[in-house]
Design a protein around this ligand. Structure first.
Ligand code: ARG
Length: 727
C-alpha cells in the first residue's frame, strides 16, 4: 500500500489507481500514467501515456454532444453516435407525412444531410487545467453561504470568460470530489451539425422501452452526424457554404469486432454518479426522490399517450420527450428495486461508522474532519425540507408555456446587469443556444398536452402544505384557499383555457421578439404566462437565493468530507476515483457475460436470430420485413462470426459507464472502433451509486451488426465507403 502522493496535479488520487481494480473506475486522462501497468496487463496495445494526449490519437477523435458521446469516424467529419443520441434531431425533422423516426433517414450525398436540432453542438476537448486555487481565491472561513457561493461562481465565470476570449471555444469549470478540486475544460465547439443517417426506429430502438436497460438485447442503437465548419476550417454558424470539418484524428473501424474475453475500453463523457454520498442522502434519494420522480414521469407519459395518437403530429412532437421520460422512469424503478432487496444502505451506514472511528482514533484527523459528516448532513436535511415543492416545480417545467415565459422574463432581468454578473444560462455566451431553444418549441409543443401537464402538476401542487406554496402563484390561479380536498379542477381548466387562448408565446416570432425586450415591457405585458412569470418572480428568486446560500454552506463541508473519505479509503487500500461529472473519462475491461440471478447465465452476445425470435410484428418488436427476410435466408454477408454462427447484434462488457457515455465508441486494444456503448443491464443501474463488479455490465452494439444493417438493409454504402474499415 502506497501513501498518498501529494502532487499538485493529482491530489489525493494517485493512490487510488494503485489498488488494482480492473473494470471499476472512470479515470481522468491525467490519471492514466498511474494505471499504465494495469492497462497494459488488461491488454491495451497502445502506450497508455498516449491516451493522456487530448489532441493526439485516439483522444482527439472522441467528442461530446453535450449529454452523449460520439467519435469521428472519417476524415470528412463523419460522427458516429447512438440512435437515441441523434433521436432528437430525427424527431425534429419528422412530420406525420414524412416520419423519419418511423422510416429512418439516409443522406446519400452531403447535400441531402439535414440540420440537426437547433442548438446541437459537437465539442472537442483540447485542454484540461486544474484551477482549484483560482476558484477558491478569496474564500475565507468566516464567509456565509451566499458569499461563498458568489465567490466560487464569480471566480468560475471569470475563468470561463478569459478562456472564451477565443470564441471558437466553449469553456467550463467543473468540480471534482464535491468541490475538493476544480478543472477548467476548453472545448472547440462545432456549431453546424447535420444529420446524416439513422436507421428506422424498428431497428435503432428495437425493443423500445420494454427492452431498454435489459439484456438480452437486439437494438441497432447507432446514428451519424457530420460536423461542418466555415471555409477557413473554423467553427461557424450553419451556412450552405460551410464545409465538412477535417478532424486531426478519426477512428478506424475494425469489422472483425471483438471476441468473448477481449480487451475493450470506452473513452467518453459519463454524466453523473453518486458513489460518495452520505447514508442520509442515499436513504432520502431511494425512498423519497426516486419513487416520486418515477410517479411524475409515468403520469406525464400517460398524459401524452392519452392526448395524442401514435403517428400523429402531436405524438411526433413529443416522441423525444417521451423517450427521455420513459428512460429514467425505468431507471429509477430498477434502482428502487435493487435498493429494497439489497444491503446498500446498511453498507453505507457501516462505512460511516468505520470512518467516524478512524477519525476519532487520531486527534489531528478528528480536529480537521470530525464535524464534516454531521455538518454536511445537517445542511442537506435543511435543503430537503422543500423537496416536495421543488420536485413538482421541476416537473412543471415540462410545461412549455410557463417555462418559456419564465425564461424570457429572466433574460430581461439578467440583461439589466453587466454580462459577467448575469446568471448562468443568460450570459452573452448563452444567447445563441437560448434563441435556438426558443425556435425548437415549434417542433416540441402541442397546446392540449401542454395544458394537461400543467393541470396535472398543479393538482400535485395544491396538495402541498401552506408554507411550501408560492403565494403569487396561488393568487394568480385563484388557488389561495385551495387544498387537495377542495380542489376544483373544472375551475382551473377554465382559467387555463383563457390563458392558452390569450397567450402569444406559442408563436416563434413573439418568443424571438421578446428576447430583445426590456424588463419594463414584461412588466406591462398582457400575456397571461408572462404576467404569471412577473408576478411570481420575487418569490421564485427568494427560493433560488435560499438554495444558493445552502449550496454555499454545503461547500464549506462537502470538500472536507470528501477529503476525509479519500484519506480513509487510501489508508484502507480502497479505490477512489472522481464521480462522473460529464467530463472526459476512460474505463476499460473485457467482453464478458454475467449471471443476473441464481441459476441464470447470460452469454455475452446476441444474434440476428434473436431478432426474429422476439418479433411480433407490433412495435416495439416490429423489425423491417426486409431485415426479417435477410435473417431467415441467413444472408449474413461478410459479417457472421464463427463462434456464434451468425451476425452478432449486441454484446456485454464489464465497463464502468453511465448515462452520457451513450454513443461512446467501444475501442479494441489498438483503439479501433468495434461498436458503440448504449446501455447498461437492469441489475447494474444502481451502480451509479453502488458499484458491484459481479452485476455491472455495459451493453454495446456490435460493429458488425451496424455494418450489416447499413449494407444489407439500408444501403448506406456511401458511409461504409467513407469510413476506414480494417480487419
Ligand atoms: N437506456 C439508454 C441510456 O440511458 C437509453 C435508451 C433509449 N431508449 C429508450 N427506449 N428509451 O443510455
Amino acid at each position: 500500500m502506497r501513501q498518498l502522493t501529494k502532487l499538485l496535479m493529482l491530489p489525493a488520487l494517485a493512490l487510488t489507481a494503485s489498488s488494482a481494480l480492473a473494470d471499476e473506475g472512470m479515470w481522468q486522462p491525467n490519471q492514466l500514467p498511474t494505471i499504465a501497468k494495469q492497462l497494459t496487463k488488461a491488454g491495451l496495445k497502445l502506450n497508455p501515456n498516449d491516451l493522456t494526449d487530448l489532441t493526439g490519437f485516439p483522444m482527439g477523435a472522441i467528442v461530446s454532444l453535450g449529454g452523449c458521446t460520439a467519435s469521428f469516424v472519417s476524415d470528412q467529419g463523419l460522427v458516429a453516435s447512438n440512435h437515441h443520441c441523434v433521436y432528437g434531431s430525427v424527431q425534429y425533422n419528422s412530420t406525420a407525412e414524412n416520419n423519419l423516426l418511423k422510416n429512418g433517414f439516409l443522406a446519400k450525398s452531403f447535400d441531402e444531410e439535414l440540420p440537426a436540432t437547433p442548438g446541437s453542438r459537437i465539442y472537442v476537448t483540447e485542454e484540461i487545467t486544474e484551477v482549484t486555487p483560482l476558484v477558491n481565491a478569496g474564500i475565507t472561513e468566516g464567509m456565509n453561504g451566499s458569499e461563498r457561493y458568489k465567490a466560487i461562481d464569480t471566480n468560475s465565470k471569470t475563468l470561463v470568460a478569459e478562456c472564451e476570449n477565443d470564441d471558437r471555444y466553449r469553456c467550463s469549470v467543473v468540480n471534482f470530489h464535491g468541490g475538493l478540486e476544480y478543472y477548467l475544460f476548453k472545448q472547440l465547439t462545432i456549431r453546424d451539425v447535420r444529420l446524416v443517417h439513422a436507421p428506422a426506429s424498428s431497428i435503432g430502438k428495437y425493443g423500445g422501452d420494454v427492452d431498454n436497460w435489459m439484456w438480452p438485447r437486439h437494438t441497432g442503437d447507432y446514428g451519424f452526424y457530420r460536423a461542418y465548419v466555415g471555409k477557413d476550417g473554423q467553427p461557424a454558424d450553419f451556412s450552405k457554404d460551410n464545409v465538412p470539418y477535417k478532424p486531426k484524428h478519426h477512428l478506424k473501424v475494425n469489422k472483425s469486432s471483438v471476441d468473448d474475453g477481449d480487451y475493450i475500453m470506452v473513452l467518453g463523457y459519463p454524466g453523473r454518479t453518486n458513489r460518495y454520498r452520505t447514508a442520509y442522502e442515499v436513504e432520502n434519494t431511494f425512498t423519497w426522490t426516486y419513487p416520486n420522480a418515477k410517479a411524475y414521469r409515468e403520469e406525464i407519459i400517460d398524459l401524452i399517450h392519452t392526448h395524442s395518437e401514435e403517428g400523429s403530429e402531436a405524438r411526433i412532437k413529443y416522441e423525444s420527450t417521451l423517450a427521455g421520460l420513459a428512460n429514467y422512469a425505468k431507471n429509477y424503478g430498477s434502482m428502487i428495486h435493487s435498493y429494497n432487496k439489497g444491503t446498500f444502505l446498511e453498507r453505507k451506514q457501516t462505512l460511516e461508522k468505520k470512518l467516524t472511528q478512524w477519525l476519532q482514533s487520531d486527534k489531528k484527523r478528528q480536529a480537521k474532519y470530525g464535524e464534516a459528516l454531521s455538518g454536511l448532513n445537517k445542511l442537506i436535511k435543511i435543503d430537503d425540507q422543500q423537496q416536495a415543492r421543488d420536485l413538482i416545480l421541476g416537473y412543471m417545467r415540462y410545461n412549455k408555456m410557463l417555462s418559456t415565459a419564465t425564461s424570457l422574463h429572466r433574460l430581461a432581468v439578467e440583461n439589466e446587469k453587466p454580462n459577467i454578473e448575469r446568471e448562468r444560462g443568460y450570459q452573452e455566451r448563452d444567447l445563441a443556444r437560448f434563441e435556438q431553444g426558443m425556435k425548437s418549441v415549434d417542433r416540441r409543443y402541442d397546446e392540449t398536452i401542454d395544458k394537461e401537464i400543467l393541470i396535472a402538476m398543479l393538482t400535485h401542487y395544491v396538495a402541498l402544505p401552506k408554507e411550501e406554496r408560492i403565494k403569487s402563484f396561488d393568487k394568480f390561479f385563484g388557488l389561495s384557499k385551495t387544498t387537495a380536498k377542495n380542489f376544483n379542477e373544472k375551475k382551473l381548466r377554465k382559467t387555463l383555457e383563457k390563458m392558452y387562448k390569450k397567450t402569444q408565446l406559442n408563436s416563434q416570432e413573439q418568443r424571438l421578439a421578446l428576447m430583445n425586450k426590456p424588463l419594463s415591457d414584461f412588466e406591462k405585458s398582457k400575456d397571461p404566462f408572462i404576467k404569471l412569470a412577473v408576478a411570481s418572480f420575487k418569490e421564485r428568486k427568494a427560493i433560488e437565493d435560499t438554495s444558493k446560500e445552502l449550496a454555499g454552506n454545503i461547500q464549506a463541508y462537502r470538500p472536507k468530507y470528501m477529503e476525509a473519505l479519500i484519506a480513509y479509503f487510501n489508508d484502507n487500500n480502497l479505490p477512489v476515483y472522481a464521480d462522473a461529472n460529464s467530463t472526459l473519462r476512460i474505463t476499460y475491461g473485457n467482453v464478458k457475460g454475467y449471471s443476473p440471478q441464481d441459476g441464470l447465465t447470460a452469454t455475452p452476445y446476441t444474434t440476428l436470430e434473436g431478432i426474429v425470435a422476439k418479433d411480433t410484428g407490433i412495435a416495439p418488436f416490429d423489425a423491417p420485413k426486409k431485415q426479417l427476410e435477410l435473417i431467415n435466408n441467413k444472408q449474413y454477408g461478410e459479417y457472421a462470426k464463427k463462434a456464434i454462427g451468425s451476425v452478432p447484434v449486441n454484446y456485454l462488457g464489464t465497463l464502468d459507464i453511465t448515462g452520457g457515455n451513450s454513443g461512446s465508441p467501444t475501442l479494441n486494444d489498438k483503439a479501433e472502433f468495434v461498436g458503440l456503448v448504449f446501455d447498461g443491464v437492469y441489475e447494474s443501474i444502481i451502480g451509479d451509486w453502488d458499484y458491484d463488479k459481479k452485476l455491472n455490465r455495459s451493453i454495446h452494439v456490435d460493429v458488425r451488426y451496424m455494418l450489416w444493417v447499413m449494407e444489407h438493409v439500408d444501403g448506406a454504402t456511401n458511409l461504409i465507403e467513407e469510413m476506414d474499415i480494417v480487419e
